[in-house]
Design a protein around this ligand. Structure first.
Ligand code: S3P
Length: 445
């Protein structure tokens, strides 16, 4: 077992239901801190996800002189420093577990007049950073990684030029880093992606008054003089809702409602994949949160069937595979995933770590470099190591709806990076997640 003090003890159950809401979207919360920080004027954010990951971004912007006030639950007010108003931080910027914070910051910092150093926790320190550094260098950025990984040194005072990027990997983080650097470049910056990825940066830049042009798979951002502060409403995170979509498909005999979930079409692969497996998910549109569509989701218990997951859906569900593998374990027949090598460089190697946990509970899993093949079937109780990966920990909590016996999930403290009150919200719909050994917290976290 890897380190980390806290564990979940989840008793085996067969029923969930009711109505719930998930916390704010992580990707959008990061971007709100960065763009609000470099805007002119006051940006008010509502629905901000105050999780460890997004607080890393908030603290980094603070360390560079942005006045940020948390005015209530989920409410943040930023007095923007202006496009050229950030100040040199006094020390390294600690991005914790957050890949998004680090890679987007590389783009933002490339255009500053000062040097900065980005560091992270042991998981982030193992993740590839050259995928962002390399294309940024073609714009004139001066960035040094440590054997391709953090710490990352960004040397300021460079003159950036616009560039035409064609990405090999479908990555919203890399695309966004290049667009942020593009704000500081001498001409337009274009990014063509091999497959559509989340477009929150594009939408939010437009909300801050930056002209963004999208033509097919190519997005172009032009340098601007200023960003105009605005109001940002952050919708519920579909990546957090995904755990409950699967829980509902497994055990919501009378239905489960998840309110005000962000339904950006670049994020809805999880709904498409679950529906292909036979899940009964109903979408009730509920307007817009800023420029992001929102809906109430309703899910009912259904008999799931294994499928070959269409590769074009992989980038649109990239963070949801841990819990989709739990759905596959509940399905009749075989599920096959391919074209998902990116899962190996997330907070953990999500193919290897999920296969390890599922095998421990008695599932038959065959692992490939870019995916896996697994048979649905009953799971036993047992002990699982999340390897410090928040989404692995939450996925196995959902597996308790399938398992014959209690599950103990080790090393769960990083759930706080994306979903601080996961145990409480899970208990609210009938998933009995007990927390043990959490430093400074009660027995129920
Ligand atoms: C994110 C992009 C994705 C995703 C991550 C959040 C973002 O990463 O996995 O959780 O906010 O841009 P990649 O760009 O590495 O695919």
């Amino acid at each position: 077992m890897s380190g980390g003090g806290a564990s979940y003890r989840v008793t085996s159950q067969r029923r969930v239901g009711g109505a719930m809401q998930v916390p704010g979207d992580k990707s959008i919360s990061h971007r709100a801190m960065m763009l609000g920080g470099i805007a002119d004027g006051v940006t008010e954010v509502e629905g901000f996800l105050a999780s460890a990951d997004c607080l890393s971004t908030l603290n980094a912007m603070r360390a560079m002189g942005v006045a940020i006030e948390e005015t209530g639950p989920g409410r943040v007010r930023l007095q923007g420093a202006g496009l050229h108003g950030l100040k040199a931080p006094k020390g390294p910027l600690d991005m914790g577990n957050a890949g998004t914070a680090m890679r987007l910051s590389m783009g933002l910092l490339a255009g500053q007049h000062f040097d900065s150093v980005l560091v992270g926790d042991p998981s982030l320190s193992r993740r590839p950073m050259e995928r962002a550094a390399r294309p940024l260098r073609t714009m004139g950025a001066s960035i040094t990684t440590t054997d391709g990984r953090p710490p990352v040194h960004v040397h300021g005072g460079q003159t950036l030029t616009g560039a035409e990027h064609v990405l090999e990997v479908a990555s919203a983080q890399v695309k966004s880093a290049l667009m942020l650097a593009g704000l500081y470049a001498g001409g337009p910056t274009s990014v063509t992606e091999p497959a559509p990825t989340r477009d929150h940066t594009e939408r939010m830049l437009a909300a801050f008054g930056v002209p963004v042009q999208v033509t097919g798979s190519r997005v172009t951002v032009s340098p601007v003089i200023r960003l105009e502060a605005c109001r940002i409403e952050v919708p519920g995170d579909i990546s957090s809702a995904a755990f409950f979509l699967v829980a509902g498909a497994l055990a919501a005999r009378d239905g489960l409602v998840i309110r005000r979930v962000g339904l950006n079409p670049t994020r809805t692969g999880v709904i498409d994949i679950l529906r292909l497996m036979g899940a009964d998910i109903r979408v009730h549109p509920a307007g817009l949160a800023g420029r992001e569509p929102v809906a109430d989701l309703e899910v009912f218990q259904s008999d799931l069937t294994g499928i070959a997951i269409p590769e074009e859906l992989v980038p649109l569900a990239i963070d949801e595979f841990p819990v989709l593998f739990i759905a596959a374990a509940a399905a009749r027949g075989e599920t096959v995933l391919s074209g998902a090598a990116e899962l190996r460089v997330k907070e953990s190697d999500r193919i290897a770590v999920m296969a390890e946990g599922l095998t421990r509970l008695g599932a038959t899993v065959e692992v490939y470099p870019d995916g896996l093949r697994m048979q649905g079937g009953p799971l036993s109780g047992g002990e699982i190591d999340s390897h410090g990966d928040h989404r692995i920990a939450m996925a196995f909590a959902v597996a308790s709806l399938l398992s014959h016996g209690e599950l103990v999930i080790r090393d769960v403290e990083n759930v706080g990076t994306s979903f601080p009150d996961f145990p409480g919200i899970a208990r609210g719909i009938g998933l009995e997640v007990g927390v043990e050994g959490a430093a400074g917290r009660g027995p129920h976290g």
